[in-house]
Design a protein around this ligand. Structure first.
Ligand code: GLU
Ligand code: MG
Length: 441
């Protein structure tokens, strides 16, 4: 077996046992954007790290409702993969006493990396960026709606201090849990929609950012449930209201310097940063299939909801899907770009990999950005991004850059799952679609 596995550090198992850990949740995120798990007792962790844990590849063609589709290479009851935990990410779960967590990489039985593994894809693209001398720093924002017994768990206004007072103990437990887990929270605040909150996490390398997106969501879930609350991470809670985004912040670095600042391009970005962002902007229609991949995503993607539905960019423009942020003028480390059109139905590993792919295409072609948009893009004749999943899937299926980067197996399994979800919910009313998806993720 050639898997890059390492046994737990000496003393680590004993340390976890002393902390009361009995089980370790080993997670991966499938093409439907759901986090799937196999758990092992703590004593089995060294064996799992060495040989992996068996799992069918069939989960790569599972849909959001647990029904199955098929793709050219994936489907059927046969075969087994090895799930190998990344013990560098082993974390004691503060919201789930007795449990620790680690994300897995998936390998074939003979030890080769499984070509359908989304985390391998994210790592490959990060390495490709490094070949261009680019280090990416990324961080996700997580928005969610909190209910209790089917009603919003707080009644205060958008961004209102009232909500933080109403759910003070809950918010405190969230911050305590993240601190205990070594996750650096930048902000926690009530959001616009009823019962909605947001947490943003400090940037890190792309694979870690995707791992943390998983850890953050499951921590929020665990802490919520301990407070008798239900968190909803679906793209929309109410189809007529503002939805849940999961925006991606990114900056490019070379030799310790932030390429989003100190250059001669728009708002101080360097030529490399401009080209990378231009690659993302021009690929947004196909990236949307990865970043807004549920039929419910298109209930969220409406003008005037700060979700970014026109293909444009701007400085601090919250109606632009690509929002450039210079940060404080005396802090060159702060400049970054935020991609706002993405939501919580996305697989974060696929998303960071796809965004890097598009950015590198822009970098190689030395693309430039069109003029920035100030104010509401709606009346300014900007192209509308796809308004349905079938539309964004058409762009995805034509994308040679994503097919080449993902490889045929992953590309086709993903396309099969998302096409099948489009079909599954074809003709479903917005209310029924929101209800079917809001608590699945
Ligand atoms: N909730 C909005 C969305 O669907 C985003 C609000 C914001 O700008 O943070 O993306
Ligand atoms: Mg927000």
């Amino acid at each position: 077996m050639t898997t890059p596995t390492h046994p737990p550090e000496p003393g680590r198992i004993a340390e976890l046992r002393a902390r009361g850990v009995h089980g370790v949740a080993l997670t991966w995120v499938d093409n439907a954007g759901l986090t799937r798990v196999k758990a092992v007792p703590l004593d089995r962790l060294p064996a799992a790290a060495e040989r992996g844990v068996g799992m069918s590849p069939v989960f790569d063609i599972y849909l959001v409702d647990d029904s199955l589709t098929a793709s050219r290479d994936t489907g059927g009851p046969d075969g087994d993969l090895r799930l190998v935990p990344d013990l560098g990410r082993l974390t004691t779960l503060a919201g789930q006493p007795g449990w620790a967590w680690a994300p897995v990489d998936r390998f074939e039985q003979d030890g080769r990396p499984y070509p359908g593994c989304q985390r391998h894809f994210a790592r490959r693209m990060t390495a490709r960026a490094a070949e261009h001398g680019i280090e990416l720093r990324m961080g996700f924002e997580t928005e969610w709606v909190v209910t209790r017994d089917g009603r919003f768990a707080c009644s205060g206004p958008a961004y209102g201090m009232t909500r933080l007072v109403e759910l003070s103990a809950y918010a405190d437990d969230l911050l305590t849990a993240f601190a205990a887990q070594g996750v650096t929270v930048l902000q926690l605040h009530p959001e616009y929609a009823p019962g909605q909150f947001e947490i943003s996490i400090a940037p890190s390398d792309p694979v870690t950012a995707a791992d943390e997106a998983v850890l953050v969501r499951e921590t929020i879930r665990a802490v919520s449930l301990r407070h008798g609350l239900t968190p909803a991470f679906g793209p929309v809670h109410d189809p007529d209201g503002v939805g849940n985004g999961r925006h991606l912040h990114l900056s490019l670095w070379r030799d310790g310097r932030n390429l989003c600042a100190g250059g001669t391009g728009p708002f101080g970005m360097t030529a490399a940063a401009e080209a990378f962002l231009a690659g993302i902007l021009s690929a947004l229609p196909e990236l949307l299939a990865v970043g807004a991949p549920s039929p419910a995503s298109y209930l969220r993607l409406q003008p005037s909801r700060w979700a970014g539905v026109f293909q444009c960019w701007g400085l601090e423009n919250r109606e632009a899907p690509l929002r450039f942020i210079t940060g404080a003028p005396d802090d060159p480390t702060a400049a970054n770009a935020e991609v706002k059109c993405f939501d919580p139905a996305a697989n974060p590993y696929l998303l960071v990999g796809a965004v890097i792919t598009a950015g590198l295409t822009g970098l190689t072609a030395q693309q430039t950005l069109p003029p920035p948009i100030t104010g509401d893009p709606a009346p300014q004749h900007q192209p509308r991004l796809p308004t349905s999943l079938p539309e964004s899937l058409t762009h995805f299926e034509r994308s040679t850059q994503l097919r080449t980067a993902m490889g045929d197996m992953l590309f086709e399994a993903f396309a099969a799952v998302r096409s099948a979800e489009a079909k599954l919910f074809d003709g479903t009313s917005p209310e029924a679609l929101a209800a079917a998806t809001r608590e699945r993720y």
